[in-house]
Structure formats: C-alpha cells, structure tokens
Design a binder for this molecule. Structure first.
Ligand code: ACM
Length: 518
C-alpha cells in the first residue's frame, strides 16, 4: 500500500499500473457547481507546482491530458459525501452526486501527489505524478468533527482558518466551536456589548496544574480576545467552502461566569464576580429568572443569524446546583413549576432552549448531563463522560455524538513519558487508543445504531496556550480520529495507518503543522 497513503483510508481502492503526470498543459474540466471544487484544486496545486491552470467547460483539444470534476446524478448511490475517483495515464475523473463528494475526491487527489504538493511555495525538481487508481469512497459517519475551546485560551482568527483547512484535509465536516465559558466570552453579541467588553477579558491566568491542595499561582498577565460578527461570518463562510459545518457552543446554565461577570443580574449572588482566572467548575451559573431566559434567547437570535447549520450546542455540562439550592428565587420557581429537585430545574432550562431552537428549525445538542432530570424531546446528546450516556440516549431514540474522554480528549497526555511532554490536563490518550475507538459502542442494538451520528476530537485549552501547542496536541491524533469517523471498521488496520501516517506527516510539514513526532 505504500504507493497510496491516503488518510483517512478509502472504502475501496484498486491500484492500477502507471501514473498520470501533471504539467502546465493539463486541462481542468468542470461545469456548473463542479467548477468551484475544480477551482479549489487549481488553487491548491498552484503554489508548489507553479502551474496556472484555468477551469474549462470542455477540452480545446481532446488529446491533452485532462482532470475532470463532474457531478453525476447517476451515482446517487454514493450519497451526499461519497465520490468515485479514477486515475489513468491519460486522465483523471472525479465523480460524485453532490459537491461535497467532489471536494473529498479533491482531497484524495492532493494526497495521491508527492507530499511536496502541500508546500506553500514553488518546489523544483518534483515529478507531479499520481499513481493510477480507482477509488470508491463514502464516509462511515455523517458527523466527523473536532471541538476547539477558544475560551480558556483565545485562538486568533488566522489560526482558526488554518485549523479548518486541516479539518478539510482529513475529510472532517464539523467544526464545533466552544465560544463561551467561565474564563472568557468570545463572540460579539450586538445587544449585549459587555459580554465582550467585560466578559472577553480576564486579569490573569493560573500557572501550572490546578490542584485544590496547592495554593494557586497566577501569571499576572491579562488574557482575552473575541471574534466580531464579521470575523464569525468570515470563518463560517470559509468553513462552508470546505464543506464544514460550524456548530457554535453557547454554554448554559453553567460555565457562565464570564457572562455573569459582564451582567451580574444574570447570576444568583448579590456580589459581583470576575471573569474566572483559573480552571475547574464554577458555581456561578445562570439564575432561572425570566429575564435570563430572555437574555439567552436574544443571544441565540444573533447566533442563529450567524450560523446557518442545523445544530446549536448549548453546553449543559458541569452545572453545580449549590446556588439554586440556596436561592429563594430558584426555589420559588421550582415550586411554581412543580419540579422535584434541581436536576429537574436544569432539565426545564434545557427544554426551554430545545423548544426555542426547534421552533426556529434548528436542533439542540448538549453534553450528556442534559440527560439528568429528563432529556429534552428533540435533543441530541454529546457523550463525553464515557459512552454510557450516549448509549442510553441512542436506545431511547435520540441522536448522539460519541465524544468520550477515554478515546477523544486530545487535551490528554499523548505519551507515557509525561515529564518529557508539555504540561497537559492529565489523562493518557495515545494515538493507538484514539485509532481503536468504535463509535458504535456496545449496548446499542441494530435498530438504534443509526442514532450514532458520529464522533469528534476535543481540544480543551486550559493547558494549551498557543496555536502551535494546539497543533501539537491535535496531530497526529486527529488523523487517527478522522479514520475512525470515515473508514469502515473492517478496513481499519493500525499498522497500515502508521505506514501511511509516515507519509502523511510530510504533508503536515508542508502545511507547517507543529505536530507531535512519532
Ligand atoms: C466537558 O469536558 N466538560 C464536556
């Protein structure tokens, strides 16, 4: 297999003989909606080759070698994201029923070329050849994602765009953007300017591991940043052009301290709070007053206008109930609503958001704590505390995304030699363990397995202060996760993956990715 080293491994691949050589005279053919992908291919190929191709509707001379991108309704069997790619010495033909499939064919074509194709400037002396192959390929799961926490450490827009490029390279199609948390609110909301005016900035950050038995040390360095709505539109459009849906996460009712710092009336206490300068779980959750629901719905109105995707993530994880237990307002509210306990109050909170989003044609997704106190009718569950929550949700007819700590938390240590690694949150998640994960977890029967939408890797950034460090934690583990999400379980082979990865890392070198060396 060493001639072809595509990551993630395609469903079916037959190696032919000979190769197709790219030259300045190669013609690029595409019509209609296929033109966009063809133009993306030309743009991807241009820097390293220096070839200035143009996309044409038909060949001026049928003898000239051609690369064709064609939408083909007759191949509807390939589904919304599948493709067929045939490389012969004379031509390359990419077929798909939908543009997404052509986009993935294009990603495979880039990976059939020498890895130097990923270099950002002209590379001399390379024969730009693709081996002759026939590939038929469809993803195993429709939700293939990565979550980026930009709250604990802000990540600049330029990096977010690079991260999206890296998702696209690996045929990942969901960018879950964790935009609000205790340590920072990162999205401009026009109606509530203090969310970013105050909530996007903390006065300092914790140094070293957070341990309750050791006195906290702080760096004394202000930290913050946020994305304007213009930035968000740009990022969403950039992702969309790469067939990636952005799922924004607006956390509630917990992980809300930055919002409460900006607007104290959203909280449960009399005294003000600051944007939290250390990690862990804050007790400063939203109160349950009508004004707070109105605030959150206003926020979601602006969020819905920016993010056209179906799913909106409302967090829902790690909600200490202590302030609700002692708040007369919350206790009165519980009695009025006939709720037995604070878990049911949290469930009431999420149900209201579910109703709000459902009425607007969207779908709520939340971390698996939203199961506690009763799951909202239309909710999708993101199972992080293991897979049990996801299994229970799937078996009760809800869609789930498998994101368990044990196999998908890419903020965990990736080698056993911790002392040789940069500080990480803890845990141990080696490449091989990510690779071995199967989202069709035990306990989900055949009749419910379709509820497993897919999986995603988590990049929480308490201990990841910079883009370079983020890349180090994400890669190559995200390459393994991509294969978990794309490749049929029966075609996965860790030894073969490692062989392909060896070549694949040269592609990441070309893209200047600061990955963890094997
Ligand atoms: C989580 O890690 N709190 C979802």
């Amino acid at each position: 297999m060493s001639d072809v080293t595509i990551v993630p491994e395609p469903v079916s691949l037959t190696l032919g003989t000979g190769s197709f050589t790219l030259t300045p005279d190669t013609v690029i053919l595409a019509e209609g909606a296929a033109r966009e992908v063809a133009a993306q291919f030309c743009a991807a190929i241009a820097p390293a080759t220096g070839f200035a191709w143009e996309v044409m509707p038909a060949a001026p001379d049928s003898k000239r070698p051609a690369i064709t991108f064609r939408l083909d309704a007759a191949r509807a069997d390939l589904g919304a994201e599948g493709y067929c790619l045939t490389v012969t010495p004379k031509q390359v033909v990419a077929l798909a029923p939908e543009p997404s499939g052509l986009f993935y064919a294009m990603q495979s074509m880039r990976q059939l070329l020498p890895p130097a194709i990923f270099r950002p400037a002209f590379v001399e002396g390379v024969a730009w050849e693709m081996p002759c192959v026939h590939i038929e390929d469809v993803p195993r799961f429709g939700w293939r994602g990565a979550m980026l926490d930009v709250c604990r450490h802000f990540m600049p827009k330029a990096f977010v765009l690079k991260f999206i490029d890296l998702l696209a390279l690996h045929k990942l199609n969901v960018f879950h953007w964790h935009l609000t948390d205790d340590q920072g609110w990162r999205i401009e909301i026009k109606k509530y300017p203090r969310l970013t005016g105050v909530g996007a900035w903390r006065k300092e950050s914790l140094v070293g591991h957070m341990r309750r038995d050791v006195e906290f040390k702080f760096d004394g360095i202000p930290h913050g940043g946020f994305y304007t709505q213009e930035d968000v539109r740009e990022i969403v459009a950039y992702a969309r052009a790469r067939h990636i849906t952005v799922v924004p996460e607006i956390e509630m009712p917990g992980h809300a301290q930055a919002a409460v710092a900006a607007y104290p009336e959203l909280g449960n206490l009399e005294e003000p709070v600051e944007v939290r300068p250390y990690w862990g779980i804050s007790e400063n959750v939203y109160n349950v007053e009508e004004n707070t629901f109105a605030f959150l719905q206003d926020v979601l109105d602006e969020v819905l206008a920016l993010f056209p995707g179906e799913f909106i993530h409302v967090g829902g994880d790690e909600v200490p109930k202590v302030q609700w237990e002692t708040s007369p307002v919350a206790q009165t509210r519980m009695r009025e609503l006939g709720l037995a306990n604070e878990e049911e109050l949290q469930s009431y909170f999420i149900r209201r958001m579910d109703d709000f989003l459902t009425a607007r044609g969207r779908r709520l997704v939340g971390w698996d704590e939203i199961l506690e106190g009763g799951l909202a009718e239309n909710a999708t569950v993101m199972s992080w505390r293991g897979t049990e929550g996801g299994v229970a949700a799937a078996m009760s007819g809800h869609d789930v995304v498998m994101a368990p700590t044990h196999s998908t938390y890419l903020d965990y240590y990736q080698s056993e030699a911790r002392e040789q690694e940069p500080l990480a949150i803890g845990g141990y998640l080696p490449l091989e363990k990510v690779y071995a994960f199967d989202p069709h977890c035990e306990g989900i029967d055949e009749a419910h397995v379709h509820h497993v939408l897919g999986t995603q890797g988590q990049l929480w950034t308490e201990y990841i202060p910079t883009p370079e460090h983020l890349e180090y934690m994400a890669f190559p583990r995200l390459c393994a996760l991509a294969e978990v999400a794309w490749t049929p379980a029966g075609r996965k082979d860790y030894a073969d993956f490692l062989t392909r990865l060896h070549f694949h890392l040269q592609r990441l070198d070309g893209m200047a990715v600061h990955y963890h060396k094997l």
